[in-house]
Write a protein that binds this ligand. Structure first.
Ligand code: SF4
Length: 370
């Protein structure tokens, strides 16, 4: 006769490392735990938590106990929009959470083969519904913070996109909706799951955390000592007054403090800090701006400045820069010794480009949970 079991609350498999899942399974279902490793593998590879592939080895009553104890928690794909360009197709997916919020994730072609076909993609992940950082150029910032995403919801963006949409992303970038470091607990757990070799199995060097300059979060990330994890910072101005106007986080952690923090951050000798700079005509595109960027980056060791032409959203604060303005600014940066990579704008027409996620329409789409 089977022992009497107390059913614990349902736990989302996608928010657990393999070790955590096995321990939780052992605690909840001490008999018949041999299937646990296979159930875990299936959750990430097939997006399923069922017994279809396990034959008759698990009695129906026991299957029900497993399914009461754990849930797969895939997100619900609501819409996918694509922007096909010569450089490959950028796609934005809108997923609904279990409580009816919509979040966005974007698949971006990043590397190309000699024949011009796409070799690999990056997936841009959301970490929050909305964001409290309030950057003036950003659609998500206008939403305010509605809630943090759980670790399972962060990981589920990758798994749902893989099993429902066929996306295969080699790299993951925390540059979608939200300030990832402002959701530390769930971000940390999601990173543990994403890098679990029995789960999604991403190498740390395939993951990039992008931050607006969240000092406490940068310190916590540093303390983890994950040497291969990539970090990038959204700079957008190297002058305190103008950065504080564009990015309120600068009022608490000014440029000098941020610079000091980043000088101390280097986790490995060949670490390259990403510095993202959204070029906005009339706001941060002068010759002096380029010189200030060079002075900010100089003590940071190896940096790669990603220059992103501003993408006007639903409430534009400026026009998009012209080609001539972008080329001129790149030239000034190079004159001043800054390594710069110009980002080709992808996804602008589908509101999937940098700063365009979390549009006003999305805010209104919040639905009442069933
Ligand atoms: S740019 Fe990033 S940190 Fe700033 S408001 Fe937008 S999502 Fe938040």
């Amino acid at each position: 006769m089977e022992p009497t079991l107390t059913i614990p609350p349902t736990r989302p498999v996608l928010g657990l490392t393999r070790a955590e899942f096995l321990a939780a399974a052992q605690a909840a279902l001490p008999v018949g735990c041999g299937v646990a490793p296979e159930l875990y593998r299936q959750a990430f590879t097939l997006g399923r938590f069922d017994f279809t592939h396990l034959g008759d080895s698990v009695p129906a009553a026991r299957q029900a106990l497993w399914q009461n104890a754990f849930a797969i928690d895939l997100l619900e794909p609501r819409r996918v929009v694509e922007e096909p360009l010569d450089l490959g197709t950028t796609a934005k997916a809108v997923f609904a959470t279990h409580d009816g919020y919509e979040i966005e994730t974007v698949l971006i072609p990043m590397r190309y083969r000699e024949d011009g076909s796409v070799d690999s993609y990056s997936q841009c992940l959301s970490s929050q519904v909305g964001c409290r950082m309030g950057c003036t150029f950003c659609e998500t910032g206008r939403m305010g913070l509605i809630r943090n995403l759980t670790a399972a919801e962060i990981v589920s963006q990758v798994v749902t996109a893989r099993v429902r949409l066929g996306w295969q992303a080699k790299n993951l970038v925390f540059m979608g909706m939200g300030e990832a470091l402002d959701n530390w607990e769930h971000l940390h757990q999601a990173l543990l799951v994403l890098t679990d070799r029995s789960g999604p199995g991403y190498g740390y060097d395939k993951l990039t955390i992008c931050t607006s300059g969240h000092a406490e979060g940068i310190r916590k990330l540093f303390a983890l000592g994950w040497k291969r994890l990539n970090l990038s910072i959204s700079l957008n101005s190297a002058e305190d007054r103008s950065r504080s106007r564009m990015m309120p986080v600068n009022r608490t952690t000014g440029l000098a403090d941020l610079q000091q923090l980043l000088v101390g951050y280097r986790q490995r000798r060949n670490f390259v800090l990403g510095v993202n700079y959204c070029l906005i005509p009339g706001l941060n595109d002068s010759r002096e701006d380029a010189t200030r960027i060079a002075a900010f980056c100089a003590p940071l060791g190896r940096c790669m400045l990603n220059l992103i032409p501003y993408n006007p959203g639903s409430a534009p604060i400026a026009l998009a820069p012209s080609e001539a303005e972008v080329v001129r600014f790149v030239g000034w940066l190079r004159e001043d010794g800054v390594s710069v990579r110009r980002r080709v704008t992808k996804g602008r027409s589908i509101m999937a480009a940098c700063g365009q996620l979390g549009n006003v329409e999305l805010r209104r789409k919040q639905t009442t949970p069933a």
